[in-house]
Design a protein around this ligand. Structure first.
Ligand code: FEO
Length: 396
């Protein structure tokens, strides 16, 4: 599929995998994007695909270039959803030269034992000419791995961006943003960011800064649509998520065994609603998908978390959420905590300990109850909800 003068899309869709990275659900699948630049002097392949799709992939490549050899494989990112076919591509095209930076080459050797003496090791700002097309390499470490780089085609303004500006969601026939119903991909972009890049806000910002003056006309990411007219929206979305910008709204997350913590969560919601909060999202963590929970937390300013004490600590699904938050840069949020116990108070202490790392602003002292919740406990929970809403009402 031609997307731009001599640039072709040769990626594949994965509608089989249940969980990306073994962790994140894929209700709409995912695409592994790869691109061919067919120039008069040389052919370059940009990234590969998950090796499970190699048969389909090589057919797509052959459909574009028939028996012409590929001269270069540009490796922007080594995570195996993109690097998985490197060793087989090298076997199909023995004359191919791999193009990557020093860290890329170490990983190619470590993962696939597939480097060669005439591979091309590039540094930040280096260029490679294919004839008409000139490629310029921008090293963008930790976006998403240390070796990550982007490749800019200076001839036509196409940026091959690796995972950046990517999203979950397979491509349903169309590849380019202007030709498809793009709305579902924005939500999948937020979920993708929260799950995959949520830890790397600072490197994402550094990458965006590096690209600020690059005249990009088309973004070819490794996942999801090719961005053209909607480049500003894709960049704004990544910028917003990387800088922790939030909107007015409350996410209430809880775990509950016998309904006491659940009742407190309902009371938090009621208090927030009474104080004028319109957008309230509730997640029973024993039921909700954690990827959506994280995406909602990235989006909204206020967060309430409730947990019973369980085996001398936090209820496991709440512990899991807080551990994931501690490993991400979700930005500054207004936080309220509520927790219960039967004979030994541990949940609130454990949540407070996590927040020492997460560093959200506690709107009030945590609300704690022993055994069954009382009317007073529910009033305290309503007050937490009101305070969260009031903090949001003060947002600029
Ligand atoms: Fe799509 Fe970090 O790989």
């Amino acid at each position: 599929m031609r997307i731009n003068d001599n640039v072709y899309y040769v990626g594949v869709n994965d509608r089989t995998k249940h969980r990306f990275e073994g962790l994140w659900p894929l209700p709409y699948g995912v695409s592994y994007n790869s691109y061919l630049i067919v120039d008069h002097d040389a052919v370059a392949l940009v990234d590969t695909v998950d090796v499970a799709f190699f048969g389909e992939y090589i057919d797509k490549i052959k459909t574009v270039i028939a028996d012409r050899p590929i001269d270069y494989l540009i490796i922007n990112h080594m995570e195996p959803d993109h690097s998985g076919s490197i060793a087989l591509i090298r076997k199909y095209y023995p004359g191919i030269k791999l193009v990557g930076n020093k860290k890329t080459m170490q990983m190619v050797q470590g993962f696939y034992d597939a480097t060669a003496d005439d591979d091309v090791c590039v540094a930040d700002g280096d260029t490679l000419t294919l004839g008409h097309h000139e490629l310029k390499f921008y090293l963008t470490p930790m976006l998403h791995w240390p070796e990550t780089m982007m490749t800019f085609d200076t001839t036509n303004g196409t940026l091959f961006s690796g995972d950046a500006f990517g999203c979950f969601g397979a491509l349903n026939g169309h590849v380019i943003d202007t030709q498809m119903e793009v709305a579902p991909y924005w939500a999948e972009m937020e979920r993708y960011y929260a799950c995959i890049l949520g830890k790397f806000g600072a490197p994402v910002q550094a990458g965006l800064k590096k690209l600020a003056n690059v005249p990009v006309k088309m973004i070819c990411s490794t996942h999801g649509p090719v961005w053209t007219e909607l480049i500003p929206q894709a960049i704004t979305t990544y910028q917003r998520l990387a800088t922790g910008q939030t909107e007015k709204g409350l996410v209430v997350c809880y775990g509950s065994m016998y309904g006491n913590t659940a009742r407190m969560a309902e009371a938090v919601c009621e208090g927030a609603a009474e104080a004028g909060m319109k957008k309230i999202v509730v997640h029973n963590l024993s039921v909700s998908d954690i990827s959506q929970v994280l995406a909602d937390i990235f989006r909204y300013k206020a967060l309430a978390i409730g947990s019973p004490t369980y085996n001398g600590g936090l209820f496991p699904v709440v512990d899991d959420l807080m551990r994931r938050l501690a490993g991400r840069n979700v930005g500054q949020h207004e936080l309220a905590l509520f927790g219960g116990f039967t004979w030994s108070s541990q949940a609130v202490k454990a949540m407070e300990a996590y927040n020492e790392k997460i560093k959200m602003h506690l709107v009030a002292s945590p609300v704690e109850w022993k055994q069954g919740v009382t009317g007073n406990d529910l009033q305290s929970a309503r007050q937490l909800g009101r305070m969260l809403a009031e903090q949001c009402n003060n947002m600029a």
